[in-house]
Design a protein around this ligand. Structure first.
Ligand code: S3P
Length: 176
């Protein structure tokens, strides 16, 4: 299936954007790019270091600047973006302009199970990560749903199943 638009994967930390992006890239023969990785390369430091040394506000500014630049690239790609990207004012519109937005929706308890030993997500390094996940997800729900072309509930799906579902929805959209 040939895609004439970029595909943008959004969703909370731990929902599987990176692994789904990689598999989808293989299936659709499209390059995949992870905006967090691009930011790390550009800044020559990890996300964790950026948060620690320059703060979340700075990170969000870099993230928005990058989104604005990506839409000018001429080759079709899959973009996997950070969990907080859709939240900042104006970013939802930038994501929609960038391509077909696919929201990988996950339950807070699953995020917690997947990330309870992770140390690379600064926002979850706190006393009660499950409570933080719940409240962040609640705050972000409308932003995610507001910019999504498709929503996929990933809790009970393997990466292969998620990719099948994305392909199915993309081809249904293409036929409309
Ligand atoms: C964040 C998600 C992270 C990364 C940063 C902030 C968030 O990306 O951008 O730690 O605000 O949800 P992943 O969703 O890829 O973990």
């Amino acid at each position: 299936m040939i895609q004439n638009k970029n595909i943008v994967l959004i969703g909370f930390m731990g929902c599987g954007k990176t692994s789904v992006g990689m598999k989808l890239s293989y299936r659709l023969r499209m390059p995949v790019m992870d905006t967090d990785k691009l930011i790390e390369q550009r800044e020559h430091r990890s996300i964790k270091e950026i948060f620690r040394e320059s703060g979340e506000h700075y990170f969000r500014e870099v993230e928005t600047r990058l989104l604005g630049e990506l839409k000018d690239k001429s080759y079709r790609s899959i973009y996997s973006v950070g969990g907080g990207t859709p939240v900042k004012e104006g970013n939802g519109a930038l994501l929609k302009k960038l391509g077909t937005v696919v929201y990988l929706r996950i339950r807070p308890e699953n995020v917690y199970q997947r990330l309870k030993n992770d140390t690379t997500r600064p926002l979850l390094q706190c006393e009660d990560p499950l409570e933080r996940i719940r409240s962040l997800m609640n705050e972000r729900k409308n932003a995610y749903e507001g910019c999504a072309d498709f929503v996929i509930d990933v809790d009970h799906l393997s990466v292969d199943n998620i990719v099948d579902e994305i392909e199915r929805k993309l081809s249904a959209k293409g036929r409309k």
